[in-house]
Write a protein that binds this ligand. Structure first.
Ligand code: ZN
Length: 160
């Protein structure tokens, strides 16, 4: 059975950046489950997996536009210290959830200065070319319930 829209798919993957550093891997954990055509995974990876079958192994290199998008300068902002009242000892690298007009968004503290705190709202992988080594573990037709929820249930998927 080939991966298509409305396939429930599980994959093992190892993600490396353009320097060859491993950023993330499912090895030693449950494989990642996703619903085909539901944007559960980045477009470049989803497209490369279309038509693949159980046991197929592939290596996919994905440009930022097909991954987490380019770095956007406008998502880097300096805010007043008073936004962090009650938070002790703010350090570069700390992550917070911020309220954005479109919902909650993770932001990373870039620098802390006397006149404010610089935050980066870009996805940590934005602007990066990513390589995924993938093995297809399972392919089945998604249930109607999964299709209506927009995600896969069971092992490696949503538990609810
Ligand atoms: Zn569900």
């Amino acid at each position: 059975m080939q991966i298509a829209e409305n396939s429930a798919v599980t994959i093992h993957y190892t993600l490396t950046n353009s320097e060859g550093e491993v950023l993330d891997s499912s090895q030693g954990q449950e494989p990642l489950a996703y619903l085909g055509g539901a944007s559960n995974i980045i477009p470049g990876l989803e497209n490369a997996l279309l038509g693949k079958q159980v046991g197929d192994k592939l290596e996919v290199t994905v440009e930022p536009e097909q991954a987490y998008g380019p770095l956007r300068d406008e998502l880097v902002q300096k805010v007043d210290h008073e936004n962090f009242q009650g938070v002790e000892d703010i350090q570069p690298g700390m992550q917070f959830m911020a309220q954005a007009p479109w919902g909650e968004q993770p932001v990373t503290v870039m620098s802390v200065e006397e006149d404010g705190i610089t935050l980066d709202g870009n996805h940590p992988l934005a602007g990066q070319t990513l390589t995924f080594a993938v093995e297809v573990m399972e392919v089945r037709i998604a249930t109607e319930e999964e299709t209506s929820h927009g995600h896969v249930h069971g092992e490696g998927g949503h538990q609810h």
